[in-house]
Structure formats: structure tokens, C-alpha cells
Design a protein around this ligand. Sequence first.
Ligand code: NAD
Length: 383
Amino acid sequence: MRRKVFFIEGDGIGKEIWKAGRPVLDRALELASGGELQLEWVELLAGKKAFAETGSYLPQETIDILKNADLAMKGPLETPVGKGFRSLNVTLRQTLDLFACIRPVQYFEGIESPVKHPERVNMVVFRENTEDVYAGIEWAADSKEAKRLLTFLRDEMGVCLDERSGVGLKPMTANGSKRLIRKAIQFALDQRRQSVTLVHKGNIMKFTEGAFRNWGYELAAEEFAGQVICEGGDCCPPGKLVLKDRIADAMFQEVLIRPEQYDVVATPNLNGDYLSDALAAQVGGLGLAPGVNMSSRLAFFEPTHGTAPSIADKDLANPGSLVLSGALMFDHLGWHEAANRVRSAVGRAIALKKVTIDLATQIDGASKVGCKEFGETLMRFLE
Ligand code: NAD
């Protein structure tokens, strides 16, 4: 069986991690299936490479193909801060309606962690991906929209902001929140997980984040009655999934002190962005943090990290996050043996203590190797 997978190389360290990581995925599949399962990689252009070749950072052809695709993978894409074009990642998520960003957090033995019991960390973050302040609906202070909003706020609401104030919106809908929470609950039930935690800042932002929490409980009652128990009641029969909620700031403390009490997490866009990076730091950092963005049609796998410009083109990047994203893709396709081979190779390479610089600083007695060599080590440990 041959599955077509579209891929975008990405900017910064993208080229290096693909070069080191893609052969690992192909070899894992070959070993796991005796050559019966294969991937047909088809490159799509985006980012700087696309600009150099077509004059556009996100060519229409790339969008059109992805709109009809069901499987894709990408490297990181650069977005300048505070200037220039809109984030390509956000544009892709919104154009393709990739509403759920799913990031599992898995600990590999041997990595020094800032938490006492990292082996107890086993969470999967479901982050809403299209709404919230992250939708990027905002205006510069000198735009006519910002001026109109500032006038409205001053005249109608009595809120006075000076003329140099930028203004942004935080849209959150019942539909957008519920489809994400539904996916998280369904995943937790399928995987026999223990709990789903809704992480929100609803004490302050009542009509957006507070509503997210309420929509979560509403959905559980409407669609999962009998399968899900809401925390608080005494009745929590074994075997039932518990739905609970935590205020976002408290949750950051909780996952450091009591990570074992958290399992699947469902959260609005910005909380999810912060939380998944913080959780990644507990288990080795961004170099080992895989992810997938999903629409109702497309599963678009990608490392959680960015383009890491300061280490790009120096053979320093860790291809781990890319290969672990590939393992997630194998799981998604039902190719679990190939997925397990990849994860096991990463674990064995870490145990060998010859790792890329990001991990070398976190493993006692480790020596550092380049991106290319780490990829070769992973290849060896697939056998
Ligand atoms: P970053 O993830 O690129 O880097 C954060 C830190 O982690 C840096 O110290 C970097 O060296 C390190 N790091 C990241 N990936 C690594 C890897 N594979 N191996 C070793 N070290 C690694 O975050 P940033 O610096 O905030 O962002 C840089 C650019 O990437 C920005 O333009 C940003 O918009 C973009 N970005 C893209 C994505 C994406 O495409 N999904 C995600 C995050 C950031």
C-alpha cells in the first residue's frame, strides 16, 4: 500500500531536520511492513523557498492541493514579529480550517526535567486552533478601524485609550469550542484515558473563556451522557471519564506539581500555545515535541517548534520532533508498529547519550552530535 503525503520543507532548520528525519520514517515503515507500506512524498512550496521560486510565500497552488488532501506534514515557517506579513501558520490553519491542534507530551528516560517525576507526565493537549486572540483580528493604532474602535470605546463604554493604542478582538464561538472539546473527549474515550481538563481563564474573560468551559460541560451532557462524569460529584464510578476544568494560571502550577492528575487537556488557542511549550519543557524541550493540526478532512503533522534561526544551517538542530510527528502520522494511519519503532529509536538514541545540543545540555554525561549524525543514530536504532 502506498500513501501520498504532501510535505512542506519549511524555513530555518526545516531543510536540515527533513534531510535527517525523512529517511528515518521511510526506513521505519520498510522494517515494520517488510516493504508493503510506503509513503509517496510530494513536496509543496511555502515560506522562503516558495517566495524564491514563485514570488509568493504561500502559493495558491499549495492551498488548493491541501484543501483536497487528507495527509500532509510540514516543517516550521518563519513569521516576523510585529511587522511584515501575517503568519503563514495561522493563515494555513484558518484557510484549511485546521481547528484542532493535538500535541502529546511523552517523557523519554534519561532526560533531566525541571519536574520531580517526569515519568508521570503523560498528557495530550488539544488546542483550539482557529479562534481566540490568535485569529489575528487586530489593528494598528493609526488604522481607521482602530480609530473607530477607540472612539466607540471612549464614547460608549467610557474606556479611554490613547491614540497610540493597538486594538484586537478575541472571538470564540460555541461551535468552534465544542468541536474541539468533542474531539478531545472522543479521543480520551477511545484511548481509555482517565480525564479531560478544560483549561480556561473564565474568571476574568467570562463571555469567551468562561463560555468555553460552560460549552464543554454542556457538550458532555448533550453528547456523552453516561460516558463522562463531571468532577465535583461524589459519583465517579471506575471506568468513567472525568471532565474537569482549571483556571489557566493555576493549571501552569498544577502541571509542575501534580502532572499525574492531568491527562487529556482541551483549551482555547492562546492558553494551548503557552501550555504545550511549557509541557514540552518538562520532557526534553521543543526538539522532542510532535504535533498535528486537524480539520474534518486533513491531518497535517508538524513539529511544535519554530524555525530556530540562531542554529539554522549549522547542523545543530534536533530532528526528533519531526520524526516523532511522523510517528503520530503512522499511528493516525493505523501503522502502529512503524510508529513504535520510531519512538523506540528516539528512546534508545537518548539512552546512548550522543544527542543534539538541545538534549546534551539536559542529559547527565551526554556528548553532542550534529543533526545529521543524530539522524543516522536513529536509523541504526530502528533495526
Ligand atoms: P523556536 O521554536 O524556533 O525556538 C525556540 C528555542 O528552541 C530556540 O532556542 C531554538 O534554538 C530551540 N529549538 C527549537 N527547535 C529546535 C530543534 N529542533 N532542535 C534544537 N533546538 C530547537 O521559536 P522562536 O524563536 O520563537 O521562533 C522562530 C520563528 O519560528 C519565528 O518566525 C516564529 O514565528 C516561527 N515559529 C513557527 C512555528 C511553526 O511553523 N509551527 C512554530 C513556532 C514558531
